[in-house]
Design a protein around this ligand. Sequence first.
Ligand SMILES: [Fe+2]
Ligand SMILES: [Fe+2]
Length: 183
Amino acid sequence: MKKPTDATPPERKLPEDMTLGELVTLLEKEHANVIVPSILRLRELADRILKEHGCRYEGVLSALANELKSLERELHEHICKEEHELFPAALGLRETEEKGSRKSPVQFSVIPELQHEHENATDVFVRIRHLTGNYRLPEGGECLSGLYDGLRSLETTLLYHIGVEEKVLLPRAMKVAVGKGKL
Ligand SMILES: [Fe+2]
Ligand SMILES: [Fe+2]
């Protein structure tokens, strides 16, 4: 595989070639610009289709809307832990601002929780694939195509993001933690 050169912008580098700072910046951008807005958009889309075509696809749309609502709630807490605990800890910062004023120590103890939550998020897409028949539109179900395409794309993005955190970020964070006698 071609290696990025020094002239390659940080966002074009492979995650494994990034510094911890670049990696954290990439992951935070994905949270804010892709993952959170996509879930919100798809949840609203599922609700809208449910209103307009509810009688035909009520079962699958209600189940998908519920999966998206719980994913949104769980990822909100998950992302807060990453951005306020794990990322500052991995970057070697000693404390983090909470709501602009109070400072609390950053810690690595959230790692097992984060790993468990990654498994939960992965399971959500196993259930979504089951509900949608692997994103296959039912006969005459064109009104679902935007939602199914969006779900497939969110699955790809989110599972890649989780893979980068699991395979690149967490092992490096754990090295930092071990070096500081915290794990
Ligand atoms: Fe993340
Ligand atoms: Fe994560």
